[in-house]
Design a protein around this ligand. Sequence first.
Ligand SMILES: *Cc1c(COP(=O)(O)O)cnc(C)c1O
Length: 408
Amino acid sequence: MPFEIKASEKAKRTVNPIRAIVDKVLAGPPSTCPLKRIPLSLGDPTHFGNLLPPSLLTSSLQDCASSHKFDGYVPAFGCPNLRKSVAESFSSENVKYTDDDVVVASGCSGALELLLTGLLNPGQNILVPKPGFPLYEVIAVSHGCTVKYYNLNPSDNWNVDLNSLESAFDSNTVGVLINNPSNPCGSVFSKSHLKQIIEVCEKHNTMVIGDEVYGGMVFEGSEYNSLAEVSAEMGGTVPVVSCSGMAKQYLVPGMRVGWLTFYGPGLEELKGGVKSLSQVVLGACHLAQEASSRALDDGCEEFKKELNLKLQTQAGALESGLKGCHGLTVIKPEGAMYTMVKINVEEFKDIANDIEFTKMLLDEKNVFALPGTCFGIENFFRAVYCAPVEMLEEAGVRIKEFCEDHKM
Ligand SMILES: *Cc1c(COP(=O)(O)O)cnc(C)c1O
């Protein structure tokens, strides 16, 4: 008998939906378009080489490697220096973290997986935004759990539709995931809106799970407020566990350093559970943790300011190109690296939905954007503005031509 080793039920339940949707966009013969590909699809800010990490981070990595002081194991839940740096740099007047409130993981996604594994029992659910980042559902379903959706409203700058949030709760709901600033929307919640959201969580006695991997990455006119800070201002009665990391704010997704911060009452058992779970992989890369600690201690304020300005300029370049396009509605991005553009399909003669739009755009103009369906919403596309300005301008020109070619 030849071997036929079966994969576990858990492995079979673990499926990222993006792949299947993207395969539909990429199906058929390869594009014959002579123009060079412009990928507005990639959530990796390092792809084009125009966005580099702070030099302090690079030199710290080199120094740490040469010193051989960071070749060994560290506590699985994070090296003491990094936990201290995170605790200090995320603390404020109202929110005081100690190093005990920080758990380090392999990236923000590793932190999320650790938290949800520590929190969820089969049959329970968490509430997640729609449109939203697909990973939340992937992790929940892998644990035999489900997600329920609350809506973000495109006609209200992608704010949470509070009625849909209210009605999503059931007796098995154990957390509300809030992603601010948002991937895929590029939106930033105001402090008063965050208060409204946390009020609903409080009413339902449900903890907040923050995905704040884009924390601080906001443009002029918007202000970033952390969920813990807002909860604290409201009296600190609603517990908040947030994930963040180096990937986006320091432009090093390859470094795989992320963390959880625990704020508020009633989290001791969960924190302990998460720390126990971290023993399974013996933690994130020690070298990368130490270098991250040094970058956080420095703050890299100049770098962050410049990065936000660059992203804002790039967002503006893409936005002005798309604004003039027939059949598209642009919602001004306020932060992160993304914008979700509405496709008014009734204004096109031969495009039925977002999958067709993105597929034809790729075939005819070699511009690749992800259909909104990847994030749970139809007839939008997500465009990333990490590319250099000239490339984003060129994308705007091509998309405009494309929309003219297909207009009703
Ligand atoms: C990129 C991203 C992550 C994952 O970050 P890593 O640190 O690379 O694991 C998590 N959440 C959102 C919303 C992201 O866009």
